[in-house]
Design a protein around this ligand. Structure first.
Ligand code: MN
Length: 285
């Protein structure tokens, strides 16, 4: 008998702004108590108005974690201190390991139309926070798609067995090992669909519902909201009216988190060091 994960906590997405005045919705990580180890933060950018996103995210640093960016609509360009330049396009993703230090910018490449995307901050274990920075572009066609009754899935990270088929995302334990073993799935549910997806027991999991409604055992949840899940071997996604969501799971690190803006370390001393290194120009060295 498969143990199903329950809806444990609903976190409505809150309107906020970051970068140079970019309007966004923050759920996981909107406050320190709303993290979900190893997930530090999840932001959604969704606007049809250029004024809401045109300022972008001019050059800024990161240390101690990974950022995963996933685009549904619009174009965003990434440039970093290593000389990487990447264009994020609809259906594509970017996996950046800040490690000991990255200085980068993320700028919209359009001055009209809809921009819709997500950025996830995924923590690194203490032993890997100072590892060399790394960056990987994921083209839309590298993300496997699965169609099952009433649902369409795209697997950005992890492995998934569904409808007697095995899917492996571009970021997975074999070719691109990540200690937190993340699962990231983009799920589109048609109205009246119920879909059960396996999740590794013991991993922390949540849903980010960005369109429509999900019907839990006890309550219905309306977008936009994050839903922290209890433990179990699978989650049952049920939607009477249809829904778009991201399903995320990962191995908890169970380590102290010290955060100041774009730096996420384990202790205050390490944060002071990060600020000092950024100040004297040695963050990335
Ligand atoms: Mn950034």
């Amino acid at each position: 008998m498969t143990t199903l994960r329950t809806f444990k906590q609903v976190i409505p997405a809150m309107d906020t702004a970051d970068g140079d005045g970019v309007k966004l919705r923050r759920s996981i990580g909107a406050m320190p108590g709303l993290r979900h180890d190893p997930f530090l933060m999840l932001d959604e950018i969704l606007s049809d108005e250029a004024a809401d996103y045109i300022g972008g995210f001019p050059p800024h640093p990161h240390r101690g974690f990974e950022t995963v960016t996933y685009m549904l609509e619009g174009l965003m360009q990434h440039k970093d201190h290593m000389g990487n330049v990447g264009l994020l396009k609809p259906g594509g993703a970017q996996w950046m390991t800040a490690g000991r230090g990255v200085i980068h910018e993320e700028m919209p490449q359009q001055d009209e139309g809809r921009l819709h995307g997500f950025q996830l901050w995924l923590n690194l274990p203490a032993a890997e926070k100072m590892k060399p920075a790394d960056y990987r572009d994921i083209e839309p066609e590298q993300i496997p798609e699965a169609t099952v009754a009433g649902a369409k899935l795209r697997l950005i990270a992890g492995q998934l067995d569904i409808a007697d088929q095995h899917f492996s995302g571009p970021i997975n334990g074999d070719e691109y090992p990540v200690t937190t073993d993340p699962l990231i799935v983009d799920v589109a549910l048609q109205a009246g669909t119920e879909l059960t997806l396996p999740i590794t027991a013991g991993h922390n999991a949540f849903i980010y519902l960005f369109e429509g409604e999900l019907n839990g055992a006890i309550q219905a949840v309306t977008a936009p909201a994050a839903i922290k899940l209890g433990d179990g071997e699978a989650v049952s996604l049920s939607s009477a009216q249809g829904a778009r969501l991201l399903l995320l799971a990962g191995k908890p690190l169970n380590e102290p988190v010290a955060q100041r803006g774009p730096f996420v370390m384990n202790t205050q001393e390490e944060l002071y060091q990060a600020m000092k290194d950024y100040g004297n120009g040695t963050l990335t060295e």
